[in-house]
Design a protein around this ligand. Structure first.
Ligand code: ADP
Length: 557
C-alpha cells in the first residue's frame, strides 16, 4: 500500500518536475547552439538602422525644402539679382557649400560659399560641378524635371567623391523643382550639403539624437524582442563611406558619442540622400556575443537555482508526506494494539472470576493464585488506561502536575517493591541501588512512579535470553539520576532517537509479538521534561539498554 503510494508520488510529481527541468535545460542548450540571442539582437539592430535611415533622409529633405523656399523665381529678376538672392541663401545657411539655379532657356547660375573658395579643393569642386551640371542639365534637364515631378517630394540626390583638407570627404547635392513654376518648364534649383558640416555637425548630432530616442520608440513600435530593454549597454552608431577607395567599416566618417573603436555589429548601405555611405550600429563597450553569452549564462544560473529550489521543495513535501503517512500507520497500529491489550486482561479477569464464582476451586493455594492473577491483570489494565489518559491529556495540553516535596529514594523503593514479585516471578535477576541520602525534591509522585514503571515494564518486556533488571538512584553534583538497565534485545542507533515519539515501536520481531501501545516512552519523556530534566538512552542491539532520567536537584527543592 505504502510502496504503491510512493510509486504514485514518483509518477505524479517527480516525473513532470524532472521533465520540466530537462526540457528547460535542453531549450537553453539549443539557444546556445543556434545563437538565437545574437540573431534576435541583430534583427533589432536591423530595425533600428532602417528607422535611422528614414529619419536621416527626412531631415535632409526638410532642410532642403526650407532652402528651396528661399530660392529666387526664375522670371522677373535679372541674373545679377538672382545671384544676389542665391548668395543670400548661402549667407543664411552656412551649412550649404553650393547653390545653383538652372533654366534651360537662360543657363546655369552656380554660387559657392565665398569663404570656402579659398580652399583649393573647394574651388576645384566648384569648377567641376559648375561644368558638369551645366552640360548635364542642358542635355537631360527635361528628363530630370519630369522625373522629379513624379515624386511626392520632388527632390533628387546626387553624390560625388570629393576632398577637404587633403582627405577624402563626402558631399551630397539636392536637385529640386521650384513649386511655383509650370511643370513643363525645365527649371531646377540645387543645394549641396557642405562636407565639413555633414561630418562635424549633421551626422554626429543626428546619430546622438537617434540613439537617445531609439530605445523608447522601439518599444512602442513593438518590433523588438525586448532584449534592448534589458541590454546592459547603450547603443552607438556611425556612418562610413562605402563606395570609394578606403571606404571601410572601421574608418567612420562620423560617429555618435560612445562609439570608441571597433567594428559595427550590423551595417546598412544607405540609399537616396546619402548614397555612398553606410550606417553601422553596435553596443557601447560590449559585443552582442558577450551579451548573448551572458544572457545564456544568466538563464542557466536562474534555471539552476529554480531547479534546486524545486527539488528542495519536492524533497520537503515528500518527507512531510511520508511522515504523515508513517504517523497514520502508527496510529492504526496503536488502535489495534490497544484494543488487543484491553481485551486480553479483561478476558483473563472474567475467566478467573467466573471459575471462582462457580466454587469449583477447592485448594486455598489455587484460589490465591487466581486472585493474584485477577489483581495483576487489573493492575495492567489500570496502567494501560492511565497511560492512555495521560497521553490524551498531554496531547490536549491539559496535563497538570502536582509537585510536592518528596523523599525520592522512598518513592522509588516503594514503587519497585510493588513490582518485585512480578519481576522475580518472570525469572529476572533484580539489582537495585538507591542512594538514601538524596535530599527532598519537589516532584509529582504519581508521574515519577509512572515513568519508572514504564521503564521497568519495558525492560521486562524487551528482554529475551538474559533476564536482568537493574535500577539505580544516585546524585551527581546538582543532578539526580534514575537509571533502568536491562540486558535485553537493545535498540539500534537509528531507532534510539525515534522511540520517544508517540506510537513508535521498533521493527524487532520480539517487539512485534509483545503487547504495547508505543506511548510509554513518550510519556516518560514528557514527564521528565515537565520536571525540568531529560531522558537518555544508551543501547547496543543484542546486549541491552540503559535508560537514564536526569532531574535537576536545584529546581526540585
Ligand atoms: P511500547 O513498549 O508500548 O511499545 P514504549 O513507548 O514504551 O512503547 O516503547 C517504544 C518502543 O521502544 C518499544 O516498542 C520498543 O521497540 C522500544 N523499547 C523501549 N524500551 C526498550 C528496551 N528496554 N529494550 C529494547 N527496546 C525498547
Amino acid at each position: 500500500m505504502r510502496s504503491k503510494r510512493k510509486r504514485f508520488w514518483g509518477l505524479a510529481v517527480l516525473l513532470p518536475a524532472t521533465a520540466l527541468i530537462y526540457v528547460n535545460f535542453r531549450h537553453l542548450e539549443s539557444i546556445k547552439r543556434d545563437k538565437k540571442v545574437e540573431g534576435l539582437i541583430h534583427r533589432d539592430f536591423q530595425y533600428v538602422l532602417a528607422v535611422s535611415e528614414k529619419k536621416l533622409n527626412q531631415k535632409a529633405y526638410t532642410m532642403t525644402e526650407e532652402v528651396r523656399d528661399l530660392f529666387p523665381a526664375p522670371d522677373g529678376d535679372t541674373d545679377a539679382d538672382k545671384v544676389k538672392k542665391l548668395d543670400l541663401v548661402l549667407a543664411k545657411n552656412p551649412w550649404l557649400a553650393h547653390v545653383f539655379l538652372f533654366d534651360r532657356d537662360k543657363g546655369l547660375l552656380f554660387r559657392s560659399q565665398p569663404q570656402q573658395l579659398n580652399d583649393k579643393y573647394c574651388r576645384e569642386e566648384h569648377d567641376i560641378m559648375e561644368k558638369t551640371f551645366g552640360g548635364w542639365f542642358s542635355m537631360e534637364g527635361q528628363m530630370l524635371v519630369e522625373g522629379m515631378h513624379k515624386k511626392t517630394r520632388p527632390i533628387m540626390w546626387y553624390t560625388i567623391p570629393t576632398k577637404r583638407d587633403g582627405a577624402d570627404a563626402y558631399i551630397t547635392t539636392a536637385f529640386f523643382v521650384l513649386p511655383q513654376i509650370a511643370k513643363d518648364r525645365v527649371v531646377m534649383g540645387g543645394a549641396s550639403f557642405d562636407p565639413n558640416y555633414l561630418k562635424q555637425s549633421f551626422f554626429p548630432e543626428m546619430l546622438d539624437g537617434l540613439i537617445n530616442q531609439k530605445l523608447t520608440e522601439d518599444k512602442d513600435a513593438g518590433a523588438n524582442t525586448g532584449l534592448f530593454d534589458s541590454a546592459p549597454a547603450r547603443l552607438a552608431m556611425m556612418v562610413y563611406p562605402t563606395d570609394y577607395d578606403g571606404g571601410q567599416e572601421d574608418k567612420p566618417l562620423a560617429t555618435s558619442s560612445g562609439w570608441s573603436k571597433g567594428k559595427p555589429e550590423i551595417t546598412r548601405k544607405l540609399d537616396d540622400v546619402f548614397r555612398g555611405l553606410g550606417l553601422g550600429i553596435k553596443f557601447q563597450g560590449t559585443t552582442v556575443d558577450a551579451i548573448g553569452h551572458r544572457w545564456v549564462m544568466q538563464s542557466f544560473l536562474i534555471l539552476g537555482a529554480l531547479s534546486v529550489l524545486m527539488i528542495g521543495g519536492l524533497v520537503l513535501t515528500y518527507r512531510s508526506v511520508s511522515k504523515e503517512m508513517a504517523l497514520a500507520h502508527l496510529k492504526s497500529d496503536f488502535v489495534s494494539n490497544v484494543s488487543h491489550e484491553l481485551r486480553t486482561p479483561l478476558a483473563l479477569i472474567r475467566l478467573y472470576a467466573e471459575t471462582l464464582e462457580l466454587g469449583r476451586i477447592t485448594t486455598q493455594e489455587k484460589k490465591e493464585e487466581y486472585y493474584r492473577i485477577i489483581r495483576k491483570e487489573s493492575e495492567r489494565l489500570t496502567a494501560l488506561i492511565n497511560n492512555i489518559l495521560d497521553f490524551s491529556r498531554i496531547e490536549a495540553g491539559r496535563k497538570e502536575y502536582d509537585f510536592r516535596d518528596t523523599d525520592i529514594a522512598a518513592l522509588v523503593s516503594s514503587t519497585l517493591d510493588a513490582y518485585r514479585y512480578q519481576i522475580e516471578q518472570q525469572g529476572f535477576a533484580f539489582e537495585q541501588s538507591i542512594d538514601q541520602s538524596i535530599p527532598v525534591v519537589r516532584v509529582d509522585r504519581e508521574a515519577i512512579a509512572r515513568a519508572l514503571v514504564n521503564l521497568v515494564n519495558n525492560a521486562l518486556k524487551y528482554s529475551a535470553n538474559e533476564k536482568f533488571l537493574g535500577v539505580k538512584l544516585y546524585r551527581i553534583n546538582d543532578r539526580l539520576k534514575l537509571e533502568v538497565v536491562d540486558r535485553g534485545i537493545g535498540i539500534t542507533r537509528r531507532e534510539q532517537s525515534k522511540i520517544f515519539e508517540k506510537f513508535y515501536r521498533t521493527g524487532d520481531p520480539l517487539v512485534h509479538n509483545t503487547k504495547g501501545s508505543g506511548l510509554g516512552l513518550s510519556l516518560v519523556r514528557h514527564i521528565t521534561q515537565a520536571h525540568g530534566g531529560e531522558v537518555q538512552v544508551e543501547s547496543t542491539p543484542g546486549k541491552g539498554s540503559k535508560f537514564t532520567l536526569s532531574l535537576p536537584l536545584a529546581t526540585a527543592t
